[in-house]
Design a protein around this ligand. Structure first.
Ligand SMILES: C[S@@+](CC[C@H](N)C(=O)[O-])C[C@H]1O[C@@H](n2cnc3c(N)ncnc32)[C@H](O)[C@@H]1O
Length: 317
């Protein structure tokens, strides 16, 4: 394909090995959520997005479809469109015709998956220049050199900002601000605070896919680090922590046992939690104030009629 190029910008951030050894050495054991996404993890996430309980992508897609023309009107056409964590790049398809970007830069940590999704996109959109970059967005947002000059629009759907704690979210917004420069725009989808039953159901789908996704982390540790561990010794747990305003996802040890990796031994008590992900929820006021503190002015935001999800268009000042 002539309209797509690939760029490996993945920095020397913590490897899976280092992250697991560090995370399991802590009193509250944890592994960062970015390690969910090997090829299997990305595929499982796509399947989660089709589950009826996981309302986020359905509502967000409908809102993007309904508002694409107004978004393009406000943002203007012909910007360089950047999407960190693009995955299958399915949501951006709802905007491409309206936005007519001068180039699209999908970024993802899962390079093989990104390559295949960018190749499919390039076939579907022969007029679009695609510059796909393997990037860890918790570290930096390097834009490939062969991207045209001109104003930028960064698209960050899927409530991925919610995976950061409040301080990390501010740091990410600063990083986006630097990547965009003055006058750049940010289009971001974020889950709202709502009925706890709906939130708990969303992360505990009846088909068990979120559980499989969570446990896939241990399959990665087992396969890639040759760890002596049995994923069946753990079960999935996800619940809304009202005080913190977030869904917490954990793997719970079903029994007292020891997990071994390369000379390291990590003891688990029965019922002990291994923390794998947070998903913070924001009211529009909370998010708009946080964005303002980090250099963004809200231009317009949309909330669906049931208050399930919000999309914000902000300008970098
Ligand atoms: C929850 S999915 C969202 C996909 C898509 N943006 C959407 O809204 O449907 C998260 C995507 O971000 C990628 N990802 C997760 N952590 C990342 C990181 N630190 N840097 C770059 N990509 C990351 C994953 O590989 C995955 O494709």
């Amino acid at each position: 394909m002539e309209n797509v190029t690939f760029h490996d910008h993945k920095p020397d951030t913590l490897s899976l090995y280092d992250a697991v050894v560090q995370g399991l050495s802590k009193r509250q054991k944890s592994i960062p959520p970015k390690f969910f996404y090997d090829k299997r993890g990305s595929e499982l996430f796509d399947q989660i997005c089709q589950q009826p309980e996981y309302y986020l992508p359905t509502v967000e897609r409908r809102m993007l479809e309904q508002n694409a023309a107004e978004i393009a009107e406000l943002a203007g056409r012909g910007r360089v469109l950047i999407e960190p964590g693009a995955g299958s790049a399915s949501k951006v398809r709802l905007l491409l015709d309206a936005l007519q970007p001068s180039a699209f830069v999908p970024m993802d940590i899962s390079f093989e998956y990104l390559k295949s999704s960018a190749t499919v996109l390039a076939e579907e959109y022969p007029w679009l220049s695609i510059r796909a970059a393997c990037v860890d967005y918790t570290h930096s947002l390097p834009v490939p050199e062969n991207v045209p000059q001109g104003s930028r629009l960064l698209f960050f759907p899927g409530s991925s900002l919610g995976n950061f704690n409040k301080q990390e979210a501010c740091e990410f917004l600063r990083l986006v601000h630097n990547t965009l420069g003055r006058g750049g725009m940010l289009l971001i989808g974020i889950d709202t605070k709502k009925n706890h039953g709906l939130l708990n159901a969303a992360y505990n789908d009846a088909a068990g896919l979120t559980a499989e996704f969570n446990l896939n982390l241990l399959h990665r540790v087992q396969n890639e680090l040759h760890a002596d561990l049995d994923p069946n010794n753990f079960s999935h747990s996800a619940f809304y922590n009202n005080q913190a305003g977030r869904i917490e996802m954990h793997l719970i040890s079903k029994l007292k046992h020891t997990l071994r990796i390369d000379g390291h031994a990590f003891d688990f008590e029965e019922g002990e939690y291994l923390h794998t992900e947070n998903s913070y929820k924001y009211s529009p006021d909370e998010f708009i104030s946080m964005a303002a503190l980090n250099g963004f002015q809200s231009r317009r935001y949309w909330v669906d009629d049931q208050g399930m999800f919000a999309i914000y268009l902000l300008q970098s000042e």
